[in-house]
Design a protein around this ligand. Structure first.
Ligand code: GAP
Length: 516
């Protein structure tokens, strides 16, 4: 099935099974804003807990924070967001559609890589076992030709964005003959800058009101509280502050479901280090964060680093962790070496010292910062995309059957187990209720007695419940039940008295964290 079709199916699955709804749906929705349903909110909370515990519980020198969304507007002047948090926009005059000019060019560049991959795939099929991919990529004339074109265009793009030189960005679009995906024409406007921050007013009267911004990142709340936390927590360098919270960006190109939203959540950690040690810490955090992703078991080959050529105004190194979504490798998380830029700026704009007193050196200085920043919603989409499977279960006698299953890691699954009496009579419902009432203290547990057992299994597969406990007539006699495993559909008979321990072991966040 085409990747786009799978993605469309995933989006409708999210809605149909209570994971994600379009916001304000009965009023025809609000673009790029979404609500999380009964299972979505549980998955989201589990993702956040995995992140929070891996940062705050697992590190003696990382503590949490929950700063306000509203902040003094000068913070955004100091951080550079008022002047530089812009996207270059371009409109197609025929379709009247608006695009991010840089995204149009990036998508065009992506086609070069796809062409190369296609050449490699063809050669792989031709040469079979003996195929040396690295050698082929570095010597095949056709590939080298495509790569040269890519490098040339890529350099032009990086130079144009560095300014940014808006005329040069437009010229790349014209020269590359990029067309509007809707009208198919090349009738483009000039490129303009557009600030992504939402603003509102605080205060009652119009003359007393102050223009403020909804934070476009949670990081600044950490920076302005850096000394509060350091002093009250008696923290010594290196140390980190972690925060999970909402962020808001007036994204122009709102596409790909919850990949790019206008209201979203971030999990950010700022790690304060001695100047001069930041690139070593940057390396270590890159590795640690990649390990966190890979520990979920979605396949190491589906992740890669993308080191930035064009650095943000505050960074001296930056890398993204990308995941292979159905629409290609895309950023899930950013790791940035932010230097002392933010603290220095806040020191200058607030007039307050933002320095750390180093007892070993007996001197004060502004620390450098490594940031790890991941979107909760984007991580949610990554987990869903990696977990969604359509399986053909056609029987040996030819009777067609299939299922949609979410192979969510047990530790993240919204519902950990379903308790299902085989039939709704005799004492089976009572035994099932007793089991479910006991287990619900420890696990998110669902009791279901409606419809055939087969239909109930399918319902649980579709929401990603890893374990189904079935209570049958044997349970009445010997106090045993079966556990059905979602992924293999195999069943195992176990004593009711052992259920809690068995499930606890399988869904344990402790075991997950031990992998890190
Ligand atoms: N403090 C640094 C920062 O905000 P960023 O690369 O702009 O860096 C970090 O954002 C992460 O936040 C991204 O890797 C992505 O996961 C998430 N993110 C950013 N913009 C988003 C949006 N519009 N919708 C959903 N997630 C977004």
């Amino acid at each position: 099935m085409a990747h786009e079709d799978i993605f469309k199916k995933l989006v409708s699955h999210c809605k149909e099974y209570g994971y994600v709804f379009p916001s304000s749906e009965i009023y025809d929705g609000l673009a790029a804003v979404y609500d999380y349903g009964q299972y979505g909110v549980e998955l989201k909370n589990n993702i956040k807990k995995y992140w929070w515990d891996s940062m705050v519980l697992m590190h003696d020198n990382i503590v949490g924070l929950d700063s306000a969304i509203f902040m003094h507007p000068t913070i955004w002047k100091a951080s550079g967001h008022v002047d530089a948090f812009n996207d270059p926009l371009i409109d197609n005059k025929d379709s009247k559609k608006r695009y991010r000019a840089d995204v149009l060019i990036e998508e065009h560049l992506e086609k070069f890589s796809e062409k190369i991959d296609r050449e490699v795939e063809k050669a792989k099929a031709r040469f079979g076992e003996k195929f040396d991919e690295a050698l082929y990529r570095s010597t095949n004339p056709r590939i080298l030709e495509i790569q040269e074109k890519y490098d040339l265009l890529h350099k032009k793009f990086i130079d144009a964005m560095a300014g940014p030189d808006l005329a040069a960005i437009r010229q790349i679009i014209i020269d590359s003959e990029i067309v509007c995906p809707v009208s198919g024409t090349r009738n483009w406007t000039e490129v303009r800058q557009f600030n992504l921050m939402f603003s509102t007013e605080i205060g009652a009267t119009s003359d007393g009101a102050m223009k403020i911004y909804l934070r476009p990142e949670t990081a600044q709340g950490i920076f302005v509280n850096f000394l509060n936390v350091q002093k009250t927590g008696r923290m010594k360098l290196p140390f980190g502050i972690a925060q999970i919270g909402k962020a808001f960006r007036n994204e122009i190109v709102a596409r790909q479901f919850i990949f790019r939203m206008r209201e979203f959540e971030q999990m950010e950690m700022q790690f304060f280090v001695k100047p001069g040690t930041e690139l070593e810490w940057f390396r270590q955090w890159k590795e640690a964060r990649m390990k966190w992703h890979r520990a979920l078991g979605f396949g190491d080959e589906n992740y890669r680093f993308h080191d930035h050529d064009k650095l943000a105004h505050y960074a001296n190194a930056a890398s993204d962790i990308e995941y292979k979504f159905p629409f290609g490798f895309k950023e899930v998380e950013g790791i940035h070496s932010r230097t002392d830029f933010d603290l220095k700026q806040h020191q200058e704009y607030s007039g307050k010292k933002m320095q750390y007193f180093d007892p070993e050196k007996n001197e004060s200085y502004i620390p450098y910062v490594i940031e790890t920043s991941i979107g909760v919603d984007r991580m949610f989409l990554q987990v869903m995309a990696a977990s969604y499977y359509e399986e053909d279960l056609t029987r040996e006698d030819g009777v067609p059957d299939s299922r949609v299953v979410l192979r969510l890691p047990s530790v993240l699954a919204p519902v950990k187990l379903a308790v299902l009496p085989l039939v709704r009579k005799d004492t089976l419902p009572e035994i099932s209720r007793r089991i479910s009432d006991e287990l619900k203290f420890d696990f998110n547990c669902q009791y279901d007695e409606k419809d055939s057992i087969g239909k109930r299994y399918r319902r649980q597969d579709a929401i990603g419940t890893p374990y189904c406990i079935t209570i049958d007539y044997q349970s009445v006699d010997d106090e045993t039940v079966t556990i059905r495993y979602r992924d293999t559909m195999l069943q195992e008979r176990v004593p009711i008295s052992r259920l809690r321990a068995i499930i606890a072991d399988k869904v344990s966040l402790r075991e997950q964290l031990k992998k890190l």
